[in-house]
Design a protein around this ligand. Structure first.
Ligand SMILES: [Fe+2]
Length: 511
């Protein structure tokens, strides 16, 4: 079989989001055969019944699938789980929510996703065949995009489904599509609201050398230990290799002087650190920042402040300059040729007009976040008003986690995030999708692949470019050099009113 090189677009999508949809892999005849096989098995078929159905076996060996698995998991990959129907949850009530599982913290190396020294390790991969369509809002399978690259504990509200934090994605699929999903991506099954049955058949693959799922089915009851081990203590026997050992394995405790066997098997892996409830960091904000590379602080400015800032701009039209396009060679971002308007240094406007902008420089809500986002010692480098009118161009997407540079360095380690350049955008008016404005690729600050040209120009967004809706008074923070970002053309009736600041960490210097 030919070895498949994934395109940069495919690598970028899988690396940023943790999943990839390959459209239209199954032919109509193959789909018909699958649906007939499933009809024959009936809706209540057991997983083993589906797995052993000969008519579905071709799904696990499909050449398109195996070529992708080889590219992602490595050439000695193994089939870990035969095709089985994803759990169907047809009780439409919210109570029927199943908590999300997975996510990269804590890391199960046997299923982890990681880049190291130029090599991608994707140790577990779910391959999900859509045998019937899954439309928008159908429910069923959901994922948290980019969570395979998260090294932060997911907030409990997100796991339980009480707060999806705007992060839970329900992939839409057409019958015949193939969804590939890193096994460490957070995922879950939401109540099914679709018209027909949810028909998603999943197979699992693993890299060579890691624990297969079947290990969890071993009961450990058939003792195959050699005779000489009968004299050993239970602890010694628990630690000795046993080909028939169950999973999770036995836990042995020790205080350094004595050892004891835990009554229940499980995982013990102590950490030197404890979560600090007094850190002053909101755990949802921390998770969101690390996952996406941006954060919106809601309602920081009150009505009086907003009025003063807007009035300051209205009263100083002579300070507004109009330039050209920032769309580059992008057609979708070109607008209708109206120049982009801006106001340089609004904080320098004559009194009383500069004050509403000076208040933004070191606002407590901002300082509180910047202290954990960058560590102290940051400097505010610039302030600019983005005031473009209807028809003005957007901004071609730029910045990315790759190629790595000093200024786009981003890392989370030991409960701290390290960010070197931060952009802060204060919204003086509501911004909806109909207005245009700021867009970004959440998770792109961690990618190891170049930004595809279609993302840069928005000619091919690959369902990865996100427009961020905001209200007047909200403040957007984003990784200036690391998160891929830009702007749609301004299409709002009222001019854009965004005040833009840039902060540099204490670690950088540019003469
Ligand atoms: Fe930028």
């Amino acid at each position: 079989m030919d070895k498949r090189e994934m395109t940069n677009e495919e690598n970028y999508h899988f690396d940023v989001t943790g999943y990839l949809i390959i459209p239209g892999v199954l032919t109509p005849d193959q789909l018909k055969a699958c649906n007939e096989a499933l009809d024959q098995l009936g809706n209540t078929a057991s997983p083993s019944c589906v797995s052993s159905c000969a008519g579905l076996h071709f799904l696990r060996d499909h050449p398109v699938l195996t070529q992708y698995v080889e590219a992602i998991c490595g050439e000695d990959f193994l089939l870990d789980r035969s095709p089985h129907l994803l759990e169907v949850n047809t009780n439409g009530s919210e109570d029927a929510r199943v908590p999300l599982s997975g996510g990269s913290e804590w890391q199960d190396w046997s299923r982890a996703y990681r880049h190291h020294s130029g090599t991608r390790f994707c140790q577990g991969l779910r391959a999900i065949w859509a045998i019937a369509d899954v439309n928008e809002d159908d429910g069923g399978l959901v994922v948290v995009s980019a969570s395979h690259n998260s090294s932060v504990d997911a907030p409990q509200d997100l796991v339980s489904g009480d707060d999806d934090m705007g992060l839970v994605v329900q992939p839409t699929l057409q019958a015949g599509d193939l969804l590939l999903c890193a096994e460490s991506v957070m995922w879950g099954i939401r109540p099914w609201q679709g018209q027909g049955p949810q028909r998603l058949l999943e197979c699992g693959y693993i890299s060579a050398g890691v624990r297969p799922s079947a290990a969890s089915e071993i009961t450990g009851e058939d003792d195959t230990m050699p005779e000489w081990t009968a004299e050993l203590t239970p602890v010694q026997r628990a630690v000795l290799h046993n080909p028939n050992r169950g999973y999770p394995p036995p836990v042995v405790h020790s205080d350094g002087k004595t050892v004891s066997l835990s009554a229940e098997p499980g995982i013990l892996h102590p950490s030197i650190y404890k979560r600090d409830p007094d850190s002053g960091i909101d755990e949802k904000e921390f998770f969101h920042w690390d996952l996406c590379g941006h954060l919106v602080l809601r309602g920081v400015m009150d009505a009086d402040w907003l009025a003063a800032a807007n009035e300051a701009i209205d009263a100083n039209p002579d300070q507004i300059s109009t330039g050209g396009s920032a769309a580059g060679d992008s057609k979708p971002l070109a607008g209708t040729g109206v120049g982009r308007s801006s106001m340089g240094n609004p904080w320098q406007l004559p009194a009383p007009y500069g004050e509403p902008f000076q208040r933004m420089i070191a606002h407590p809500a901002l300082i509180q976040r910047m202290n954990w986002i960058m560590g102290s010692g940051y400097e505010c480098m610039m302030c600019n008003g983005f005031l473009s009118g209807k028809g003005s161009s957007g901004h071609a997407l730029h910045a990315n986690g790759y190629p790595p540079r000093v200024a786009n360095h981003y890392r989370q380690q030991n409960g701290r995030v390290y960010s070197e350049y931060l952009n802060v955008a204060w919204q003086l008016r509501d911004v909806t999708l109909a207005d245009g404005g700021f867009v970004c690729v959440p998770g792109s600050h961690k990618t190891h692949y170049p930004m595809p040209d279609g993302i840069r120009t928005c000619d091919n967004e690959m369902d990865m470019v996100r427009h961020i809706e905001m209200k007047a008074g909200d403040v957007l923070l984003f990784l200036a050099s690391a998160q891929t970002h830009g702007a749609y053309p301004w299409t709002g009736e009222q001019n854009r009113r965004m005040i833009f600041f840039q902060y540099r960490s204490r670690n950088l210097y540019a003469p």
